[in-house]
Design a protein around this ligand. Structure first.
Ligand code: ZN
Length: 159
């Protein structure tokens, strides 16, 4: 994005310092805004996921209710597949921890894409389906369903 390598953006979004990205953010309003929205969504998703984790009942209705609370923020814009994946990871973190969430999404991503090309929308849906299953078997069915629903609610565009 804007001449900065996607890998550098991802590392930065993951919390690694990067002078090139930081310098760009100081002068580019568009990227700063995207970053702020992404951070806000990550925080909202983490919060909703931890509420769900701590909730006694995890019925379908309850999951819908939790998701509605953060869908407004998610629906506001389209995300690149990388950004969307990062958002789904935020949702997983309260259930299985940051490290496992990262490993799980990376493994599923590798399994879901035969080439290294960007996702089209069918590819994204396939990834979300696989991730939902993988999450369900590791973190339980509530987390799996939550990730599946959230993944399909995200507007994903090709990077
Ligand atoms: Zn920019």
């Amino acid at each position: 994005m804007h001449g900065i390598d996607e890998g550098k953006w991802l590392a930065f979004l993951d919390g690694e310092g990067c002078e090139e990205v930081e310098r760009h953010l100081r002068t580019c309003e568009e990227c700063s805004e995207t970053l702020q929205q992404l951070r806000a969504c990550q925080a909202a998703l983490r919060l909703e996921a931890s509420r769900l984790r701590d909730a006694a009942g995890t019925s379908e209705a309850r999951i819908e209710q939790m998701l509605d609370a953060c869908l407004d923020e998610l629906a506001g814009r389209a995300w690149t597949p990388q950004q969307a994946t990062l958002l789904l990871r935020s949702l997983l973190e309260p259930f299985c921890g940051a490290g496992a969430a990262q490993t799980l999404t990376e493994l599923t991503m590798r399994r879901s894409t035969s080439t290294n090309q960007a996702f089209d929308s069918a590819g994204w849906r396939a990834f979300v389906g696989n991730l939902s299953q993988d999450v369900e078997s590791i973190c339980g069915s509530a987390a799996g369903r939550l990730v599946g629903r959230a993944g399909l609610s995200l507007a994903v565009e090709n990077a």
